[in-house]
Design a protein. Structure first.
Length: 202
């Protein structure tokens, strides 16, 4: 019976996390659709309709676009800096079609917001749907992105303290088994009756 590699175990955890992420995201979308457009607008979770304004690259070299709501201006909203949003269109029957990307709010003031777009193609999608466009708060992916990043860092680690901790925690290596270059030099010197290595002073 073969011994499972730490990388195999971690990849399995990554795959499970990916499935959980997709499930949570889809559940959020379905719940939003069941709530209904007018109720979401009244709750301050959605602007519909909106008009896209000018697009440009900001001081951080991020592609952004200005979005303005044209109705229900008296309703307070929950849009604020840093929150994720998604765009959608709605037909006469009330059926939604979400655009295939999420964006992040960079700035909000009253009935206008500036949104950071992930790609130039996202900008084209918004401009093509400008006659029937809405925007709503989206599933917050921050915690999942953090977990994905952490798992990726651990899987990529090689010949360093992080890789050693990974292998110890997953049972591939015994605690204290790893020695650094200077420790190995000390062991060899002591075997030959020499003193331990001392790094040169500055």
């Amino acid at each position: 019976m073969g011994i499972s590699s730490p990388l195999v175990d971690l990849q399995h955890q990554y795959d499970l996390l990916q499935k959980e992420y997709e499930y949570e995201k889809e559940t959020y979308r379905q719940q939003s659709e069941r709530t209904g457009l007018r109720k979401r607008v009244a709750q301050g979770l959605c602007w519909y309709p909106v008009t896209p304004g000018r697009s440009y690259y900001n001081s951080l070299n991020q592609l952004v676009i200005e979005i303005e709501r044209t109705e229900d201006r008296e309703i307070e909203h929950n849009f604020e800096y840093g929150r994720p949003v998604c765009f959608f269109t709605a037909d006469i029957s009330g059926k939604f079609k979400y655009l295939d990307f999420s964006a992040t709010i960079s700035y909000v003031q009253e009935d206008r917001m500036v949104v950071v777009l992930p790609t130039p193609s996202a900008l084209m999608d918004i401009q093509e749907k400008s006659n029937d466009l809405g925007v709503q708060l989206y599933f917050d992916e921050t915690s999942y992105k953090t977990m994905f990043s952490a798992l990726s860092d651990v899987m990529r680690a090689k010949n360093n303290q992080l890789s050693h901790l990974r292998d110890v925690l997953l049972g591939q290596e015994k605690p204290g088994q790893r020695t650094n270059r200077h420790e190995r030099t000390d062991i060899r010197r002591e075997r030959h009756g020499q003193g331990a290595y001392r790094p040169p002073s500055a």
